[in-house]
Design a protein around this ligand. Structure first.
Ligand code: NAG
Ligand code: NAG
Length: 143
């Protein structure tokens, strides 16, 4: 096959991956503020290479959510920085289209990436294989 045809094929693919999402609206990221009431205001800032969600100040129990647009290479990554009082933490909240994060608790397919920010850290919702229920997995501490 002519090499330039292969080149054009990949060029078209990469252009379409910029403009269309293969998994659009399939995976939603949720970040829920579950910090104690009357504690400092949580601030967060999430972004991927092509999408900056800006600084957000969620109230207690407020759900910050957005859809992930995955292109052809399934290489979308969302990083969030969190501030709470004197604490701060940065983490990837999305780097895998099936498990949200590659190093999640279990080999779990999830419908969406549901995170909770609590006073002892960051929790990710997981599915229990045994009975299909959900549980919150303590993924990371603040420190
Ligand atoms: C997702 O965010 C919107 C505001 O952007 C909010 O109105 C909605 O309640 C959130 N979804 C959930 C499930 O809380
Ligand atoms: C999963 O569900 C089973 C049965 O209800 C339970 O015994 C087990 O502790 C659960 N595992 C987790 C990680 O929640």
């Amino acid at each position: 096959m002519d090499l330039s045809l292969i080149y054009i094929f990949f060029l078209v693919l990469s252009i379409s991956s910029v403009e269309s999402c293969i998994l659009q609206n399939e995976m939603q990221i949720h970040i829920i503020n579950r910090l104690p009431p009357n504690s400092p205001q949580l601030k967060l800032h999430c972004a991927s290479k092509g999408n900056d969600l800006g600084e957000r100040l969620p109230a207690i129990d407020e759900d910050i959510n957005w859809s992930v647009c995955e292109g052809f290479f399934f290489n979308e990554v969302y990083f969030c920085k969190f501030w709470w009082g004197t604490k701060e933490k940065g983490l990837q909240v999305y780097n895998d289209p099936f498990y949200c994060v590659e190093d999640s608790d279990d080999y779990n397919h999830v419908d969406n990436c549901k995170w909770e920010v609590r006073k002892d850290g960051f929790y990710l919702q997981q599915t229990n294989h045994t009975d299909g229920s959900y549980y919150m997995y303590h993924y990371l501490d603040w420190s």
